[in-house]
Write a protein that binds this ligand. Sequence first.
Ligand code: LLP
Length: 490
Amino acid sequence: MTQTAAQGSPLAPEWLAVPADLNALHQPMWARDVARNGDGELSIDGIPVSELQRQYGTPLFVMSENDFRARARAFSDAFNDAFADICGGVDVYYAGKSFLCTSVVRWVEEEGLRLDTASGGELAVAHRAGIPGADVALHGNNKSDAEIHRALDMGLGRIVVDSLAELQRVGSIAQARGEQAKVMLRLTPGVHAHTHEFIATAHEDQKFGLSMAADTTDEAGISAAEEAVAAAAAHPGIELLGLHCHIGSQIFEPDGFALAAQKLLRFLAAMQGKYSITMPELDLGGGYGIAYTPVDTPRPAAEIATAMAAVVRSTCAELGIDAPRISIEPGRAIVGSTTFTLYEVGTLKTVRVDAPAASAGGDAGNNVTYPRRYVSVDGGMSDNARPVLYDADYSAVLASRTSDAAPQLSRVVGKHCESGDIVVRDVYLPEDVAAGDLLAVPGTGAYCWALSSNYNYLARPGVVAVRDGSARLIVRGETEEDLLNRDMGA
Ligand code: LLP
């Protein structure tokens, strides 16, 4: 049975509509210079995907450099405008964990942003790219002494300290070197946010950060966060810059950010008064969401910035303090939509599935089945672990050509030895998709290459950057030799 445009498959999730035109691109999911060319083929800045496949093979991450730069600037401009009168602007740290290589560090620097890193390896990339250490931050809940030394060697602008024990370690290492480490304290404000919702809890049950909740096992009832402020202020090896929080990822609404800002400002004001110190900086982390499917509706950066600025402005006025310099750490919102993954279609099969009970509309138990087509591609969970890890939804289009064939509910799967190896769980693709066609999955710039693996000895794909009509590799794909050369055979 084929579904018509009017009638979606009962197997499809409720949010998935049958597209009016399967060849159309839902623009919020794509880099701005991606379009279909006159032949109907997907192209980026004029370069057709078949040419990219010929030159670089598939799977391939295809990134628009201009789109990356534009999104970086847009974030920076929006937040700088919104906070100009409050604290003279905002420092935007691109979260390198979302996608990092030396070219990207250079773009970040050229666009006036800074860099957030989370390990010695990410610091090594920053160092190789030549960004000044003063523009780099280091995160991590379990930094090694070697990482702390590396941060100090590079003259890092900030080390975001995650625990009391780490504070002491950073302080002693810096002191032994005759230096002061510039430190922010990462706090858990008890605000968790995800996409449309946030929840405020008394205590965060997770590994990161210093709790702001009063310690009920201690008579003084002092929170870990306060203990850390007092210890940092007293430590000769520490210059305490301020406070940090990060409330979650893929968040659309500004409310959670605003509440976290308010909680941290109140705490900052209380600590400044109690310990007679000044904390000149406040980092509100990253987490701004993007569109992975047509139903995702992220807010423009300006809308979030304005809402956050309003709360920072009013809270500082209410507390009678000068606003600290605000910083943020967007990763996904800058790089996520700049990139699509290009795959070649291989094996196809269609299975027949019972109607799900909830949407059966009388079909359940009547032996009525519906088709679901499995479209296998030449990558999978090794280049995009997010569907497996987070149940993340993606979308896909037929990229090598257009098609007038009817829409068919499809599941794009990889080539790994796991039935859970899903790239796009549910998408309508033209019925005539065949082996040798190219598929493009948008929104794969963040946490895809970064989380890629060599499962089943697949080589990790390369990343091509396209700018002003020409393409170049910014990370080359692995070869079989790369895969074998750490096997010592000993
Ligand atoms: N700052 C800190 C301290 C973070 O931990 C993160 C992300 C960010 C900034 C950047 O968040 P973004 O703006 O990119 O959402 N692998 C997961 C996301 C993990 C996020 C980890 N921390 C995913 O693929 O959804």
